[in-house]
Design a protein around this ligand. Sequence first.
Ligand SMILES: [Zn+2]
Length: 237
Amino acid sequence: MPIVSAPGGPKILVTAAHPDDIEATCAGTLMLAIAQGARVRLLLATSGDKGSSDPAIDPVALAAQRESEAQNAASILGIEAVEFLRYPDGELENTRELRGHIVRAIREWQPDVVFTFDPEHALPPYLSHRDHRVIGRATLDAVYPLSRDHLSFPELISKTLTPHKVAEVWLYYSGIADSWVDISSVMDRKIDARLAHACQTPDPALLRTAWFERARIAGEAGGLPMAEAFTIIQALA
Ligand SMILES: [Zn+2]
């Protein structure tokens, strides 16, 4: 099984649907990349305003709390900037507007590597969250060919926004993962970042135990003690 190192960068853009998505999927690998010198920005499509079972909760207040928690988690991980697009949770669509936001982020940051959800082989099979599939699909559409082509989104070309070709995409939460990263050395800090999402964590001790087990199971497929798994695709010429 291919065991790979985290990409050293220099620049990585991560897109996700909800504030706590990356801790569950790729945060360990991002921390390793940052330790090797990569600089990481995060683009969040929604602020998770439906992420509560409390019928009395105010969705606006919930979104504000979740944005604050996402900033705290990003600080723990070493991510240098988080951008919130604030689409309604559970209602994400692969629109021109959403693709434009991602194209603009790519042309601004000029990332070598983009991380996003695998939209074609989502986990779990069949009952995957639609926001996850939508942000993954829109991100791949933005990577190829929209960000690269100067005739696509010409209104998003300026002195600070230039067409850009992303070299590699790392798809997380992928049902056909082909590459594994050993995250043993950063597992504790990955969970610390997840616990920063306090409103999503009724039982921190239980979560810590469950997440160690989850990483161990992910590692089994790659022959590692603890791992995150990816499908890695090279951008077309
Ligand atoms: Zn999610």
